[in-house]
Design a protein around this ligand. Structure first.
Ligand SMILES: [Zn+2]
Length: 234
């Protein structure tokens, strides 16, 4: 069972104590010393690592990786430095786009990269228990979920099956862009969707809002350019 699945079992308080126990074990020695170390200790450091990793990816100069190295350590625990709320789109793989290895990123993906109750719970777990220092909401150009929502708002049509639920959930973040002037509606909708969900995470009580207020975690937005691989902060 993965760590996220575990939240359906013991309470968050229990998990937090478990996390504290692991930290104590690390401080006082023993086998836990072999657990992975977090690559960043502040939101700013975490963002710098993502930006630098994306630059390597854009330049097609990723770090050489030995995928077996560190497996024994990761079997003992995880210490991801950042979380990504990304789209399910097959063209945007966060670990590749930010040139990170196993254990570095805590990734939640859903078509349209918007906040759902389960996704929020996952990100809270990443922040409060695993210690992620940054959450990036990562949108992208040519997003089918965003375009479908724009079309549904313009035409008033209903999409089949549960796709309709997805579009309905995304409407509040995108609808204001239809009232604004400009021909680049698709791009504005992508950015608006990212910013709306950044704000949702920053104000999500009781966990994330309190951690943001204490600068224990940062929340930023990014838009991935499929043609270049570059992530621009928005
Ligand atoms: Zn998408």
């Amino acid at each position: 069972m993965c760590d996220v699945c575990a939240r359906k079992g013991p309470s968050r308080r229990t998990l937090m104590f478990a996390g504290a126990g692991m930290l104590a074990a690390t401080q006082f020695g023993g086998a836990a010393q072999a657990q992975p170390a977090r690559a960043a200790s502040t939101p700013d450091e975490a963002l710098k690592l993502l930006v630098a990793g994306n630059a390597r990816y854009v330049a097609n100069q990723p770090q050489q990786r030995d995928f077996s190295a560190g497996r024994a350590s990761r079997a003992l625990g995880q210490a991801p430095f950042a979380a990504i709320l990304g789209c399910a789109d097959s063209r945007i793989a966060p670990e590749l786009a930010f040139d990170q290895g196993a254990g570095d990123l805590f990734v939640v993906r859903v078509a349209g990269n918007f906040v759902t109750p389960d996704g929020l719970g996952s990100l809270e777990y990443g922040a409060a228990v695993l210690g992620t220092k940054l959450i990036m909401v990562l949108g992208h150009h040519s997003c089918g979920a965003v375009n479908s929502t724009v079309a549904a708002l313009q035409k008033g049509n209903t999409l089949p099956g549960h796709i309709a639920d997805l579009v309905r959930a995304m409407k509040p973040g995108i609808e204001p862009t239809l009232m604004q002037p400009g021909s680049d509606l698709e791009q504005r909708a992508v950015v608006a969707n990212v910013q709306y969900n950044v704000n949702r995470l920053k104000t999500a009580t009781p966990i994330l809002a309190a951690m943001v207020a204490k600068n224990e975690i940062g929340v930023v937005g990014g838009v991935y350019d499929i043609a270049t691989g570059k992530v621009n902060l928005v």
